[in-house]
Design a protein around this ligand. Structure first.
Ligand SMILES: [Zn+2]
Length: 275
């Protein structure tokens, strides 16, 4: 009996020690430092985390999120000021990825180079998207395991260089999933709808804020089932697959951002189930 009590006491101390240990003050919780990767870090819930001159939010469970852009290659250093006065740093260097080149020929000229009269609209569209993605809310949905918003054949991947009608263009930042027109699209994680609009290039477009600067963008929808400022749960139907905007066939283009950094959605949702 005494032995048992001693054993329990040791276990309890280990549990206590694990939570309060200063060596666990700022560490990787999930994900990897890689181009296009989202990284969840664990720290003290009351820690103040700085990246350069900015303070990054920490959730009440001590988790926080950062992301690396397609071409990020330099190290970043996060500084944690802990409630007991100690300072911890964590330096992360994103590992490099190789990207494919995707050539698409025979596109109508107005899809590749927009006509002069729509340039103003395109600039307005872009600004609305930038503003929606810039929202830093305290939602915690970025902590969940993301679902595929649609299941289908992947026809375009994150990061690929694009050569349209022979001219090099900006890389592709989304993941293209081919699916029949009308296929329901679900929210990959919970959040608040920040943008619902019909945009020149991307057609019917939805942006969902998952919190702490993490957002999902859904392009080329046939129809939309949500409104701006609506809260959605993971798995809720938000619209249907289509080919609106400058698109060559029914598919969903899903993008994920951390602030203005473009992340690879495939790294969040895992392997696509076999079709
Ligand atoms: Zn796409």
């Amino acid at each position: 009996m005494r032995k048992m009590r001693f054993f329990l006491a040791v276990c309890f101390l280990i549990l206590l020690g694990g939570g309060a240990s200063p060596t666990h003050a700022l560490e990787i919780w999930r994900g990897a430092a890689i181009q296009g990767g989202m990284l969840i870090l664990k720290t003290h819930p009351e820690a103040i985390i700085r990246l350069n001159d900015e303070i990054l939010p920490v959730a009440s469970n001590g988790l926080m999120v950062i992301g690396f852009h397609r071409d990020d290659s330099t190290s970043i250093t996060l500084t944690a000021s802990l409630p007991d006065g100690t300072i911890k740093t964590l330096t992360l260097t994103p590992s490099k990825r190789a990207y494919k080149t995707q050539r698409i020929d025979g596109l109508p000229a107005n899809m590749v180079t927009p006509p002069q009269e729509v340039l103003e609209r395109i600039a307005r569209d872009r600004q609305a998207v930038i503003e929606a993605r810039a929202i830093i809310s305290n939602l915690d949905a970025w902590q969940s395991n993301f679902l595929w918003p649609v299941e289908g054949i992947i026809t375009g991947i994150y990061g690929s260089r694009r050569i349209l009608n022979g001219a090099p263009r900006t890389p592709h930042y989304g993941i293209d999933i081919a699916a029949p027109k009308g296929t329901p699209i679900i929210a990959p994680a919970a959040g608040i709808v920040r943008l619902v609009d019909d945009l020149y290039f991307t057609g019917n477009t939805i942006i969902i804020d998952h919190g702490h600067g993490v957002s999902s963008t859904f392009l080329h929808l046939d129809s939309v089932a949500v409104k701006e400022n609506m809260a959605v749960a993971q798995g809720d139907v938000i619209g249907a697959v289509g080919s609106s905007g400058r698109s060559t066939g029914a598919h969903l283009d899903w993008r994920v951002n951390w602030r203005d950094k473009r992340l690879d959605p495939q790294r969040l949702a895992g392997a696509m189930p076999k079709q």
